[in-house]
Write a protein that binds this ligand. Structure first.
Ligand code: NDP
Length: 602
């Protein structure tokens, strides 16, 4: 071991090699194709278990000014900002029976947000609402979504239980026709598509998955009829039952403690362990609330975002596990900068890697401290850089493995082998179970139309899938030439991405409402990205993508890095690589100039 390795308490070279070995074990040729699409005989996995009464109504053929597809935070924010701009004729279209999006669907026991509530929940000052705790649970977030709907009158004219099936642009009328599963052929001048980046559940493409005879469901369609209890736990229906959970991502981390507390036996099938850091939730401090000045919310969101985007600021208002990682990294670099202002980019990157190693050593040490059985503790240790996968923050997940009824079935990166009539085969052994819970996440790398559940046909009937066959092409991630008056929301590609997702949606909502207001004021019927502006933006995205790509190439596979597949179109399909704060600034400056540069208005 070198001197520096002795000082650090670990050998960086050994660790780097260990990360590579762990990654290589998991790389597979089939990438995103390894998953089973939820259709045909699997379609019941996406049925809505929360819907009360099914809506039966006459098909609509009317015309609205703005149709918003998706009633999650993206759609709600678009609606709110359009209302603030004085737009009256809005229709929200939502597959679920109410607003909420992610939080409508994900009601599994323990569902909660591990981004601080005071920055995660949007429109807090507008609604005069203060979350109850530092980290909100799913029920509170769902209630807040509905409160936004009421506050901005977005329930008026909304269509729930309505799934868009396709959309067609008509040049002559300069309008979109929206087809839905309710038989609608409604028309809209403008459409905002906020379908959610993680909205389509996916199943593992494991041999025999269709043969399982026990009970099963996906975490985003939790079957409380079977398990009993609610999102706060008390799963009395699992008493005496043998349950399997497939997957160990952020969702499994939150529901495993509740299943472990209720089931007779719980088997957690793991392919890759998550990074489980401290959560440290607390009730909201009323004294702090009283001290807040108007404008505090945007200020706090910006502060959090600066820190998690690698920016520098002395103030850390949120002060949690997310900002700690960045704080430590920056501190190290700052010290180095002071000592040696001539630090090269490569040297800086090395320091970053070192600080990351230190952070992950701390996370791995936590597994040893918390988990009694040393073999289980070892299997729960993540060997990759912190942001290769979504970091998790939880104070009961690791502890669950100390229960005598909970078993971790670690598959050494290979996943489970087979599903049989009776259960799951992993490492050559069959585990018989009464209920199998798929905590296997959502489609990410597949085509936009497959993920959103509908195709968009633009000018001359060209589909978005055809248009984007060789990679995404947009201006600002929001407009795509050939698809006029259509606004793409969410963090799909070519836009600013941040860990605090509603922050990015809020910025997009400001942007689209500004453009639509402008179009209405000027009586413009068609807005479209110009050929040159779009090409320029795509070039910017590709140019900035390389740094991120280098980082992700070294990562263990997952949805952050296209399951480890290095495809040519990855660069085009990336987010804006210059960090989200810079992107928001860019958009704000664009609006401030007032000339809608890059858009053609007719
Ligand atoms: P993920 O995609 O993160 O996790 C899916 C899990 O299934 C992974 O552990 C994956 O393993 C595993 N898996 C897939 N195929 C197999 C197989 N064949 N055998 C064994 N295991 C398999 O989905 P989640 O629903 O957990 O989370 C999705 C996202 O939702 C998160 O990343 C986060 O962004 C968000 N979320 C946020 C929360 C919050 O607090 N704000 C809470 C919950 C979710 P592998 O890693 O090896 O691919």
């Amino acid at each position: 071991m070198s001197d520096s390795a002795l000082d650090l308490g670990f050998d960086p070279d050994e660790l780097r090699q260990k990360y590579r070995t762990e990654r290589d074990k998991r790389i597979r040729d089939d990438g995103n194709q390894q998953y089973q699409e939820v259709e045909g005989e699997f379609a019941h996995y996406v049925e809505d278990p929360y819907v009360g009464k099914e809506i039966k109504r006459e098909p609509l053929t009317d015309v609205v000014e703005v149709a918003i597809i998706g009633g999650g935070f993206g759609g709600l924010l678009a609606g709110a900002k359009l209302r603030e701009q004085g737009v009256k004729d809005i229709r929200m279209i939502e597959k679920g029976a109410d607003f909420g999006g992610t939080w409508y669907w994900n009601r599994y026991p323990g569902a909660a947000c591990d981004i601080e509530s005071y920055v995660y929940l949007p429109l807090l000052e507008e609604l005069d609402y203060m979350p109850k705790r530092k980290f909100s649970d799913g029920a509170e977030i769902l209630a807040h979504s509905q409160a936004i709907g009421r506050h901005y009158n977005l329930y008026d004219n909304a269509c729930f239980q309505t799934e868009v099936t396709e959309m067609h642009w008509d040049d002559e009328s300069s309008m979109w026709t929206i087809h839905t599963n309710q038989g609608d052929r409604m028309k809209a001048r403008f459409v905002a598509m906020s379908n959610g980046p993680l909205n389509r559940p996916k199943l593992p493409g494991i041999p025999g998955i269709e043969t399982y005879k026990g009970h099963s469901f996906h975490t985003s369609r939790w079957d409380y009829g079977y398990t009993g209890g609610d999102s706060s736990g008390n799963l009395t229906g699992l008493e005496g039952k043998r349950v399997g959970v497939l997957g160990t991502g952020a969702t499994a981390v939150q529901c495993v403690p509740h299943i472990g507390a209720a089931a007779k036996e719980l088997y957690v099938f793991q392919r890759t362990p998550s990074s489980i850091d401290v959560r440290n939730d607390q009730p909201t401090d009323q004294e702090w609330v009283n001290s807040l000045e108007p404008g505090w919310h945007q200020h706090r969101m910006d502060n959090f975002n600066t820190l998690v985007s690698g920016g520098v600021t002395d103030e850390d208002l949120v002060n949690d596990g997310w900002t700690e990682i960045i704080r430590n990294l920056l501190l190290l670099i700052k010290i180095e900068k002071k000592k040696n202002s001539g630090l090269s980019k490569t040297e800086l990157a090395e320091k970053m890697e070192l600080a990351d190693f230190q952070k992950m050593q701390q996370v791995r040490a936590r597994a040893d401290t918390v988990v009694n059985d040393s073999e289980t503790a070892e299997a729960l240790k993540p060997y990759y850089r912190q942001f290769c996968k979504r970091p998790c923050f939880h104070d009961e997940y690791l502890q669950s493995f100390n229960r005598s009824n909970v078993t971790l079935v670690d598959t050494q990166g290979q996943g489970v082998e087979r599903i049989t009539e009776k259960g799951v085969v992993a490492n050559g052994k069959e585990y018989e179970i009464d209920c199998l819970v798929f905590a296997t996440g959502f489609e990410v790398g597949t085509e936009y139309a497959r993920r959103s559940g509908f195709e968009v046909y633009g000018r001359d009937g060209q589909s978005l899938t055809e248009r984007w066959e060789d990679g995404v092409e947009t201006l600002h991630g929001m407009h795509s030439r050939g698809f006029p008056n259509c606004f793409i929301m969410g963090g799909g590609a070519q836009t600013g991405f941040t860990a605090n997702y509603p922050h990015a949606l809020n910025e997009q909502a400001k942007h689209l409402s500004y453009i639509i207001r402008h179009a209405l004021d000027g009586n413009y019927r068609v807005i479209e990205a110009s050929e040159e502006a779009q090409a320029e933006w795509v070039e910017t995205i590709v140019k900035l993508a390389h740094m991120g790509q280098r980082f992700y190439a070294e990562c263990t596979p997952g949805y952050y890095n296209n399951e480890g597949r290095n495809e040519e179109k990855n660069a085009k399909n990336s987010q804006y690589g210059g960090n989200s704060m810079r992107f928001f600034e860019l958009m704000e400056n664009w609006r401030n100039t007032g000339d809608l540069k890059g858009l053609e208005l007719t």
